[in-house]
Write a protein that binds this ligand. Structure first.
Ligand code: NAP
Ligand code: MG
Length: 399
């Protein structure tokens, strides 16, 4: 059999620890035998980030802008302990944060559903995708404690130096707290476009929710920007694709989500997305089954697993112990990227291969062959726990 040929290279971002081991296994066992892989390789492993003063991360993000599709391995975000462990020059920023800032993108997280691993919300039979706006609000806040007797005001100084003041609160008989938050039209527009684009791409409906009845200026701005962009740029495309854009209040969106079957995208403001993405991930079982894709408003895609480098398993691996780490989300990062590359370059066999690899992965688990995390929760009777390497070899057999 001749290997599938590619046109444009895939931006490949390698990473750290257990996921770096899985990365190589996936390429060797599941991709190289079938695809003549054309990739532009960036090693985002912590040593390389340190030796390049993190330039490698910036370069990989710019390459994603240039080529349009990237696949990323999980990476360590250094903390004090990692500084000593890796003798780092600096506590480098989160690569995901750096890449997201350069691409101005939105992260979409969705679970991979298999038979035998039921959601804790029984109705959720289709994947529910959470899109989180990753800029501003409480995450860029300014806060202060206000003592009794003081008053707090909102002051806006325009470019000519003219001040507008609004009273926040007079703290006449008690101490208290205040918080200043912001967002920008530019960021909200990018968020909206990424959401509409991804909904069209995946042919799923889009729900957006805020608390505009209470926050009549701030949250209402989000609502208006979404509505405006939808009407001007996406309404006819949505109608043609037979999908719906639905705006509602955040509490209504939360009440609806437990009553329906999933299968749509829920666009969340920053804080709502922080909470909802963890809630949805835990309801669907294992972190090893959660995919993540960063979509920029101009249509660049970076696919990855939602989990981290699985450090605890890696340390066991270093001690020579057997591991049973779930590679499904990382495999789906590869299939997501290969499928998208195939779509953009009109290479049907490449997209078809990606779908077959997904199918082989799911049927491995549905045949009862799975890693420890799923073994612990699967309801299948004939289930068997395999190690990290065996699991990938079992997929290769079916592929
Ligand atoms: P983690 O790597 O996601 O792992 C946390 C725990 O979740 C694991 O110990 C394991 O539980 C379970 N788990 C996660 N993925 C799994 C998989 N594929 N198969 C089986 N079990 C899985 O999070 P962490 O330990 O908090 O972080 C480790 C490193 O990853 C940190 O340095 C952090 O900076 C980095 N990180 C990177 C990203 C990213 O690149 N996107 C995201 C998050 C964290 P058990 O131990 O119970 O088996
Ligand atoms: Mg969170």
């Amino acid at each position: 059999m001749s290997k599938i040929q590619m046109k444009t290279p895939l931006v490949e971002m390698d990473g750290d620890e257990m996921t770096r081991i899985i990365w190589q296994l996936i390429k060797d066992e599941l991709i190289h035998p079938f695809v003549d892989l054309k990739s532009e390789y960036y090693d985002l492993g912590l040593e390389r980030r340190d030796s390049t003063n993190d330039q490698i991360t910036v370069d990989s993000a710019n390459a994603t802008k240039k080529y349009g599709v990237a696949v990323k391995c999980a990476t360590i975000t250094p903390n004090a302990q990692r500084m000593t462990e890796y003798k780092l020059k600096e506590m480098w920023r989160s690569p995901n944060g750096t890449i997201r800032a350069i691409l101005d993108g939105t992260v979409f997280r969705a679970p991979i559903i298999v038979k035998g691993v039921e959601s804790l919300v029984p109705g959720w039979t289709k994947p529910l995708t959470i899109a989180r706006h990753a800029y501003g609000d409480m995450y860029r806040n300014v806060e202060a404690v206000v003592p009794t007797g003081a008053k707090a005001e909102l002051v806006i100084t325009d470019k000519d130096g003219k001040e507008t003041r609004r009273l926040i609160h007079e703290f006449s008989d008690t101490d208290g707290v205040i918080q200043g938050i912001h967002n920008t039209d530019k960021s909200i527009k990018s968020f909206a476009r990424s959401c509409f684009k991804f909904a069209l791409d995946t042919k799923q409906g889009l729900t957006f929710a805020t608390k505009d009845t209470i926050s009549k200026t701030y949250d209402h701005r989000f609502k208006d920007i979404f509505e405006d962009i939808y009407n001007k740029e996406y309404r006819s495309k949505f109608e043609a694709a037979g999908i719906e854009y639905f705006y509602t209040l955040i509490d209504d969106a939360a009440a609806r989500v437990v009553r329906n079957n999933g299968g749509y995208i829920w666009a969340c403001k920053n804080y709502d997305g922080d909470v909802m993405s963890d809630l949805v991930a835990s309801a669907f079982g294992s972190l090893g089954m959660m995919t993540s894709v960063l979509v920029s408003p101009d249509g660049a895609y970076e696919y990855e697993a939602a989990h981290g480098t699985v450090t605890r398993h890696y340390y066991n691996h270093l001690k020579g112990q057997e591991t049973s780490t779930n590679s499904v989300a990382t495999i789906f990062a590869w299939t997501g990227a290969l499928n998208k590359r195939g779509e953009l370059d009109s290479i049907h066999e490449l997209s078809e291969f990606a779908k077959r690899l997904e199918k082989a992965t799911i049927s491995t688990i549905e045949d009862g062959v799975m890693t420890g995390d799923l073994f612990a929760i699967s309801t299948l009777e004939n289930k068997r726990k395999v190690n990290t390497q065996e699991f990938i070899k079992e997929i290769a057999k079916r592929l």
